[in-house]
Design a protein around this ligand. Structure first.
Ligand code: HOZ
Length: 430
């Protein structure tokens, strides 16, 4: 077992001053029954902890590190921009450049506003949908996670699900009652909700490929069905592409499947590792925002010059390296390696992968929604996680989280990952 003494000391010190010792719950490693490691530095696809352990990283700061950690182009651009000023609270030209890139990349976006996190993006998209339609109710899907917005912390995924708190304390009942939660991939449930309450439903919000309860694929025709039913009832269709946007394709899932939502929430990759979120969509809806319209939203750090420059540079680097096609290739190599190892175990565990995102479920069932994910063997997952970490591969510390591959993951890492996966599976399944 790796020595993590210094990490343990830091975690104990952290717990005295930070609730649970972490600034975001999944990082506490509770679902794998252990203590987190503390990072010393990260470069490319590798992370080193404070005890000197080196790991191949498949979390990638939960999505943003699509080029790998600390890419020199982004570091140089941010350092240069910092010399001009770190925050202005007044318009700067980088905001316009990134907004134009987003509009050009993402099929549904005619106008976009920058914020500082994915949570802010989904929160405001919901407010905007309510302001635009004059309706209060929203539909979300069980296991989908859209940040820690009150209305959306109902049957939520990610850390909320990991910690068994899909319905958070502190969310007023009256607000939660405005959220209709339905199982993913079940069109009949959506039809029924609209039949009963169609006149009051402002929006459907979903991750078009849910990635906060593992990684779940929409059934053939499901996203098209959601597009049609929202149009029929005059509700707003919101894609939360915070995880998938600028990752699975330049223009996200909507580009891949050819379905145009009304609004899209974005984040992660678009900030190049700095705190950025964005939401955008039809100009007709976006123009409801203040200062032109009646829906209020604001932020001191929105459009922060360093964050804008980091995002612009990261996206340009992706273009320069033909990044999206390359990631599909690397993702395929990863999948081939893991599948050949799985074959040797004689167990047909479900591996879902698309482009540079993946999840290995410790169940042989097909996964179509969070109820299927709950059937996984969580004890086996835990053993697998620690066995892989001790052998130098860091996968996400929860069965409910997806993994991320970056452009920095090369053939050597793929080979080592396959070897480590084979060993870790032996430990987990024995
Ligand atoms: N909600 C993120 C995973 N889906 C975790 C964020 C973090 O802990 O940094």
């Amino acid at each position: 077992m790796s020595n993590r003494d210094l990490s343990s000391k830091l975690f104990n010190a952290a717990k005295e001053v930070i609730p649970g010792g972490v600034n975001s719950p999944v990082r506490a490693f509770k679902s794998v029954d252990g203590d987190p490691f503390f990072v010393q530095r990260a470069r490319g696809c590798r992370i080193w902890d404070v005890d000197g352990n080196e790991m191949i990283d498949y979390v990638g700061t939960w999505g943003p590190a699509i080029l790998g950690h600390a890419p020199s182009a982004v570091i140089d651009a941010v350092s240069h921009a910092a010399k001009e000023g770190i925050s202005f609270g007044i318009p700067n030209r980088h905001e316009v450049e990134l907004a134009r890139m987003v509009r050009d990349y993402v099929p549904s976006v005619e106008k976009v506003r920058m914020v500082s996190s994915g949570t802010e993006a989904t929160m405001t998209a919901i407010r905007l949908a309510r302001g635009y339609t004059g309706r209060d109710k929203i539909i979300k899907f069980e296991g989908c996670y859209h940040g820690h917005v009150d209305s959306l912390l109902v049957a939520a995924g990610s850390g909320a699900l990991t910690l068994g708190q899909p319905d958070s304390a502190g969310v007023p009942k009256d607000l939660a009652n405005l959220t209709i939660t339905l199982p993913f991939n079940r069109p009949e449930a959506v039809e029924e909700a609209f039949r009963l309450e169609g006149e009051s439903i402002a929006a459907i919000i979903l991750e078009p490929i849910p990635a906060n309860a593992g990684l779940i694929f929409p059934k053939e025709g499901y996203l098209q069905f959601l597009r049609e039913i929202t149009e029929k009832y005059g509700a707003v269709l919101i894609f939360d592409e915070v995880m998938t946007g600028f990752r699975l394709a330049r223009g996200g899932v909507q580009e891949l499947v050819g379905i145009t939502p009304d609004l899209t929430a974005m984040g992660k990759v678009i900030g190049g590792g700095l705190p950025v979120g964005a939401f955008g969509g039809k100009a007709e809806i976006m123009d409801y925002l203040a200062p032109d319209g009646p829906v209020y939203q604001a932020g001191t750090l929105s459009g922060n010059p360093l964050a804008m420059v980091a995002g612009i540079t990261q996206l340009k680097e992706m273009e320069r390296h033909n990044g999206w096609a390359r990631l599909d290739e690397i993702g395929q190599q990863f999948e081939d390696g893991v599948r050949s190892v799985l074959k040797e175990t004689g167990r047909d565990l479900t591996l879902n992968r698309i482009g540079s995102m993946f999840c290995l479920f410790f169940t042989e069932e097909e996964i179509i929604n969070v109820e299927d994910v709950k059937k996984s063997d969580f004890a086996a997952f835990r053993k697998f996680f620690w066995a892989a970490l001790d052998r130098g591969v860091y996968f996400a510390p929860s069965q409910y989280e997806a993994g991320f591959i970056s452009l920095a993951h090369g053939p050597d890492e793929m080979e080592k990952t396959a070897e480590v996966t084979a060993d870790a599976l032996k430990v987990a399944l024995s």
